[in-house]
Ligand binder design. Structure first.
Ligand code: GCO
Ligand code: MN
Ligand code: MN
Length: 391
């Protein structure tokens, strides 16, 4: 393959400060971090070195919760300097509404109005911070918006409060002239037993109930749909069809496991191939954001290997998709399986009374139609050969 899979700015590969900045700590680990924290500015340099296009952050990835204004200014200056040095941009920002103890029973959906008001305040400040660095997409991932038991929390109230919060923040964005598009990220569980609006499909339905649905879309994540046992590409296709694919979180994940956040392309080659093929074919123009972590076994050299691997895998799948589309034998079989045939045009598409009457009277050879082999076995094996480099 005459392709060195080098990331370029036009690929729009982005990482969160929290992804390459992960210390490798998990809930079973001691307090010793595996990797010492790097400053946001140093993380930007690391991302510049591996060839990323952009960096995204939660408010507190950049400015710690209890920082003084002077500390915040210093961090912002250093961060800005690193962005200027490396040419990285900040396409997306978001709020951490899940780490602090105050969010133990939810943020926007907490029963406690003080918590809900605090969450709104934090989100507005996060939006100010994102806008300061040029972010145009604002992600909402409600990690604590849910329950372990429904004894005292109502999902109906939860939806009402979540809707009120998004309506409020949409008006805030417009009143400030920020021009944000909101991207809602679903996850079925973890850290809550159940998180409200657990899938991308659920989010898409909810968006239509908002005051300004046109400014709100989704941020589907591969790992989250896999946790729910779903086909990620299908979820992304539905979001695209609805004009709502504003952002995407790429990573990897086995089905029916906890949130593994692996390097994109590590595990689900075929699903990831279909996903990349889809994104490239429809002309998705947004960030390819990697929301994943390096293994706990790694030092910062390993973190760079991880980040390079995410981008490299994406570009390999993209090249494989091109080869799939250019392969004459494969494409002939695809065409054959589709059974393109104009004879049914008169019955399909838009309803008319004549069409319906004619169709009702028509006689089909059901067994002949059902008996036609679709060659999916042959095609799918050709894809396997292509993916594994023996075609
Ligand atoms: C998770 C989520 C988060 C969000 C992030 C940005 O499972 O922890 O995927 O990483 O994407 O908070 O909104
Ligand atoms: Mn996740
Ligand atoms: Mn995510």
């Amino acid at each position: 393959m005459a392709n060195n899979f080098q990331p370029k700015p036009e690929h729009k590969f982005t990482f969160g400060l929290w992804t390459v900045g992960s210390s490798g700590r998990d809930q079973f680990a001691t307090n010793d971090p595996i990797r010492n924290s790097l400053s946001p500015a140093d993380l930007v340099r690391l991302l510049g070195e591996v060839g990323a296009y952009g960096v995204n952050f939660h408010d507190n990835d950049l400015i710690p919760m209890d920082a003084t204004p002077a500390e915040a200014d210093k961090i912002k200056k250093e961060f800005r300097k690193a962005l200027d040095e490396t040419g990285l941009v900040v396409p997306m920002a978001t709020t951490n509404l899940f780490s602090a103890a105050i969010f133990k029973d939810g943020a926007f959906t907490s029963n406690d109005p003080k918590v809900r008001a605090y969450a709104l305040q934090k989100a507005m400040r996060g939006m100010d911070l994102g806008a300061e660095f040029g972010a145009k997409i604002y992600v909402f991932w409600g990690g604590r918006e849910g329950s372990e038991t429904d004894v005292a929390k109502s999902p109906l109230e939860g939806l009402k409060h979540f809707r009120e919060a998004l309506n409020f923040l949409g008006e805030y964005s417009n009143s400030q002239g920020y021009g944000y598009k909101f991207a809602l990220e679903a996850k079925p569980n973890e850290p809550r037993g159940d998180i409200y609006l657990p899938t991308t499909g659920a989010m898409l339905g909810f968006i239509e109930t908002l005051d300004h649905p046109e400014m709100v879309g989704v941020n589907p994540e591969l790992a989250h749909e896999h946790m729910a046992g779903l086909n990620f590409m299908h979820a992304v296709a539905q979001a695209w069809d609805a004009g709502k694919l504003f952002h995407i979180d790429l990573n990897d994940q086995n089905y029916a496991r906890f949130d593994q956040d692996w390097r994109f392309g590590q595990q689900s080659w075929k699903q990831s191939f279909f996903l990349v093929k889809f994104l490239e074919e429809v002309g998705y123009n947004g960030s390819r954001h990697f929301d994943a972590h390096a293994f706990r076994t790694e030092d910062y050299e390993g973190v760079k290997d991880f980040a390079r691997g995410c981008m490299r895998s994406y570009l390999i799948f993209k090249e494989k998709a091109r080869l799939f589309n250019e392969d004459k034998e494969i494409q002939a079989l695809v065409a054959e399986s589709k059974a393109e045939d104009k004879s049914m045009d008169k019955f399909l598409g838009k309803f008319s009374a004549e069409k319906a009457a004619e169709l009702k009277a028509f006689s089909f050879d059901r067994n002949a139609i059902a008996g036609r082999g679709l060659k999916y076995e042959k095609l799918d094996q050709m894809l396997t050969d292509l993916m594994l480099g023996v075609r």
